[in-house]
Design a protein around this ligand. Structure first.
Ligand code: ADP
Ligand code: KDG
Length: 312
């Protein structure tokens, strides 16, 4: 089985019991989220293996996240615990159209304790791909050093690297994000980005220009209900989204990334990767929660029409 590694914060998520401004929401349902953990769950559900590197609080919520990740079958052997910093949490507001707004309580994050010297040199020894996301880079200043160390380890082993900028302007400024991402782009093979995010980050530069500048093999642009486009040095592939009623789109991008990376490691062609990725993104958007809708391989194949669905 192929194996990916990723690093990042996880949070207890409080999903609102109804849509609209948070101050009018009387109750919440507790769940678990975090972009990188969502990604790890996504690839694990698709029958690959995932190693999630992290640090969580040594508290009740940390135990919940740890058990949750283990329950999903994720390799948690590189998850540290700290008694000094509480596990991160966030509250979600959901609009009528399924779009989400986040209210974070994650500063400081337990990742403050996961310094570069605590990263085991052998952590990528058995790994086929390293996935980095911008949320991780935003959460603590030293995370960029840790990420660059992992990136260097991956490069030394010829392991491909995927990167999702996952821009969170509640965590840092666009200027800071741009400056940090600049250090990451030259090392990556796959850039998985949202369309608006691309425009914000690259201020009018074309995909071709960005691709040539940083020598990125594939730039994958996610376009919500419009689907997605992949740009290689010579070709462009467009695929429409699946038609669904979106309930909660938070996590759709992580699902897309997970399915794309799964299919990439599986050796599928780009059209097939896009079909699976659009399918996984759509499925997550149909269910409340950041990762609850992440499909198994069979559910994904049924949804995209490769297998017949028998309900009863
Ligand atoms: P990000 O969160 O990274 O910006 P998007 O919102 O573009 O990601 O969603 C990621 C992918 O999930 C899309 O490219 C698409 O495949 C799928 N998706 C998201 N929203 C919808 C929707 N409303 N209808 C169908 N597919 C969707
Ligand atoms: O991509 C989904 C994530 O946004 C969500 O699970 C929470 O990591 C998160 C964040 O910082 O927004």
């Amino acid at each position: 089985n192929k194996r990916i590694a990723t690093i990042g914060d996880a949070m207890v998520v409080f999903n609102p019991s109804k849509t609209g401004p948070l101050r009018f929401v009387p109750s919440f349902e507790r769940a678990v989220g975090g972009a990188e953990l969502n990604f790890a769950i996504g690839v694990t559900r698709l029958d690959m293996e995932a190693k999630w590197i992290s640090c969580i609080g040594d508290d009740e919520f940390g135990k919940l996240i740890y058990n949750f990740a283990r329950g999903e079958g994720i390799d948690v052997s590189h998850v540290l615990r700290t008694p000094h910093i509480p596990t991160s949490i966030y509250f979600k507001e959901i609009r009528e159209d399924g779009a989400g707004k986040s209210f974070y309580y994650r500063n400081p994050s337990p990742l403050l304790e996961l310094t570069e010297d605590r990263i085991d040199e052998s952590v990528l020894d058995d790994v086929d791909l390293l996935h980095i996301s911008g949320v991780y880079l935003a959460v603590c200043e030293h995370n960029i050093e840790v990420a660059l160390k992992l990136i260097a380890l991956a490069q030394a082993k010829n392991i491909p690297i995927s990167f999702d900028p996952n821009l969170r302007l509640k965590l840092w400024t666009i200027e800071d994000a741009r400056a940090v991402y600049e250090k990451v782009y030259p090392s990556i093979n796959l850039l998985l980005t949202g369309q608006d995010e691309f425009e914000l980050l690259f201020e009018g530069r074309t995909v071709k220009d960005v691709q040539e500048c940083y020598k990125i093999d594939e730039i994958i642009v996610k376009k919500g209900e419009q689907g997605a486009t992949v740009y290689t040095a010579t070709e462009q592939y467009d695929r429409k989204a699946f038609s669904i009623r979106a309930i909660d789109t938070v996590g759709a991008g992580d699902a897309f990334d997970a399915a794309y990376v799964y299919s990439y490691l599986n050796g599928d062609d780009i059209g097939e990767r896009l079909r699976l990725a659009n399918g996984a993104g759509a499925l997550v958007a149909t269910i409340k929660g950041d990762n609850e809708g992440l499909p198994s391989l069979q559910e994904l194949r049924q949804f995209i029409g490769d297998e017949k669905l028998i309900e009863r």
